[in-house]
Design a protein around this ligand. Structure first.
Ligand code: NAD
Ligand code: TYD
Length: 339
C-alpha cells in the first residue's frame, strides 16, 4: 500500500519511516513535511534514495498542495505526525499550534474524504487528558478519562482529536487515534528533556530542571510507539482511540541524574530553574485496551532504552551539534537566559 506520513522529518515520524520501510518493504512511503525548525532532512538521509520512498516539502495547511499530492499518490492511508510539539514554545506563541495542529489536521482529513475516504490515523498525546496528582499512584489515564488540557499545545492536540472523531461520526471517515506518553530515542530534537540533558552534559553546560524536578512522565522508547501505530493502522477498530504507554513513570530529576551518572559527569551541573507555567504534575497511561485488543506491550525496558539513546547521541554528534549551532541558540537564550 501507499502511506503518506506527515511530519516524517521530525522525531517520531522519522523513526516511524525507518521502522515502516524495514517492516513493510513492499509499501510505498511518501513523507510530507514543512521542515520547520523541528524537521531535519538528515534524519531521512539513509532512505532518501529508496525507490519506494518520496520526500515532499509541504505544509499540511496548504490545501491545494495537499490535494495535488493526493491526486499524484492516491494513498491508501495517511498517518499524521506533523505538529508543533513543544509545550514551552506553545506557552510563548500559541498561534502556530492552532494553525498546524487543528487546521492542518482538518485539511488532511478533507483530502482523505475527497480521495475516496482514505484511512486516517491521528498521532495524539496523553497530554489531552491533563494531569494526575502526584500523591495518587493508583490513578491512570484510560480512553474514557475526560479531555482536560493544560497548555496551548495539549489544547490544540485535543481540538484535533475532537475533529477527527467528528469526521468519523459525521462523514464516516475511517479514522483511529493513538494517545501516547512521552517518547525518547534517536533523532529527538534537543529542546526536549532527555536529549537536552544529554547534549548539555556532553558540553558540560548547566542542566536546567524546572521547579523541584518532581514532575512525573511515563517514558516509552520510540520504536515501541512506532510498532503500536503500525498495529493500530492495520488491525485497530475504526473510530477508536488507543492509549499507548508503558507503566514506566519517572520523576524528571531521576532521569537527569541517570543521564549525569551514565556520562560520568557531576551532579553539580544540575540547576533548578523557574518552573514551567501550568506545569502538568504527572502523566500515566493505562494501556489495557491496546494490549487486550491488539496484543501490544512495550518491549524496550527503560534501562536498555536510555543506554541505547545515550550511545546514539554519542555516535551522532554531527546530527545534534548542527541543530544546536543555528537558530536554536536564540531559542535557548530566550528560554533559559535569565530563568
Ligand atoms: P517533532 O516536533 O519532532 O516533529 C514534528 C514534525 O512536523 C517536524 O518534522 C516538522 O517540520 C513537521 N511540521 C510541523 N508543522 C508542519 C506543517 N504545518 N506541515 C507539515 N509538517 C509540519 O515532533 P514529534 O516529537 O516527532 O511528535 C510527532 C507527533 O507525535 C506530534 O503530533 C506530537 O503531538 C505527537 N506526540 C509526541 C510525543 C513525544 O514525546 N514527542 C508523545 C506523544 C505524542
Ligand atoms: P518535555 O520533554 O518538554 O516534554 P513534555 O512537557 O511534553 O512532557 O518535558 C518533560 C519534562 O521535563 C516536563 O515535566 C518538563 C521538564 N523539563 C525540565 O525540567 N527542563 C527542561 O529543560 C525541559 C525541556 C523540560
Amino acid at each position: 500500500m501507499t502511506v503518506i506520513v506527515t511530519g516524517g522529518a521530525g522525531f517520531i515520524g522519522g523513526n516511524f519511516i525507518h521502522y515502516h520501510l524495514k517492516a513493510h518493504p513492499g509499501d510505498r512511503v511518501v513523507c510530507l513535511d514543512k521542515l520547520t525548525y523541528a524537521g531535519n532532512l538528515s534524519t531521512l538521509a539513509s532512505v532518501m534514495e529508496y525507490p519506494n520512498f518520496r520526500f515532499c516539502k509541504l505544509d499540511i495547511c496548504d490545501r491545494e498542495g495537499i490535494n495535488r499530492l493526493f491526486d499524484e499518490e492516491q494513498p491508501d492511508a495517511v498517518i499524521n505526525f506533523a505538529a508543533e510539539s513543544h509545550v514551552d514554545r506553545s506557552i510563548e506563541d500559541p498561534g502556530v499550534f492552532l494553525q498546524t495542529n487543528i487546521i492542518g489536521t482538518s485539511v488532511l482529513m478533507d483530502a482523505c474524504r475527497a480521495h475516496g475516504n482514505v484511512r486516517f490515523h491521528q498521532v495524539s498525546t496523553d497530554e489531552v487528558y491533563g494531569d494526575l496528582p502526584l500523591d495518587r499512584p493508583d490513578l491512570f489515564f484510560t480512553e474514557e478519562t475526560p479531555i482536560h488540557t493544560s497548555s496551548p499545545y495539549s489544547s490544540s492536540k485535543a481540538g484535533a482529536d475532537l475533529l477527527v472523531l467528528a469526521y468519523y461520526r459525521t462523514y464516516g471517515l475511517p479514522v483511529t487515534i493513538s494517545r501516547c506518553s512521552n517518547n525518547y530515542g534517536p533523532y529527538h530534537f534537543p529542546e526536549k528533556l532527555i536529549p537536552l540533558m544529554i547534549a548539555n552534559c556532553l558540553n558540560d553546560k548547566p542542566l536546567p530542571v524546572y521547579g523541584e524536578g518532581k514532575n512525573v512522565r511515563d517514558w516509552l522508547y520510540v520504536e515501541d510507539h512506532c510498532k503500536a501505530i503500525d498495529l493500530i493502522l492495520r488491525k485497530g477498530r475504526i473510530g477508536e482511540v488507543y492509549n499507548v504507554g508503558g507503566h514506566n513513570e519517572m520523576a524528571n530529576i531521576e532521569i537527569v541524574k541517570r543521564i549525569v551518572h551514565a556520562l560520568g559527569k557531576s551532579e553539580d551541573l544540575i540547576t533548578y530553574v523557574t518552573d514551567r507555567k501550568g506545569h502538568d504534575l504527572r502523566y500515566a497511561i493505562d494501556p489495557t485496551k491496546i494490549h487486550k485488543e491488539l496484543g501490544w506491550l512495550p518491549e524496550t525496558k527503560f534501562t536498555d532504552g536510555i543506554q541505547k539513546t545515550i550511545a546514539w547521541y554519542l555516535e551522532h554528534r554531527d546530527w545534534w551539534e548542527e541543530i544546536i549551532s543555528g537558530e536554536y541558540q536564540n531559542y535557548y537564550q530566550k528560554m533559559y537566559g535569565d530563568r
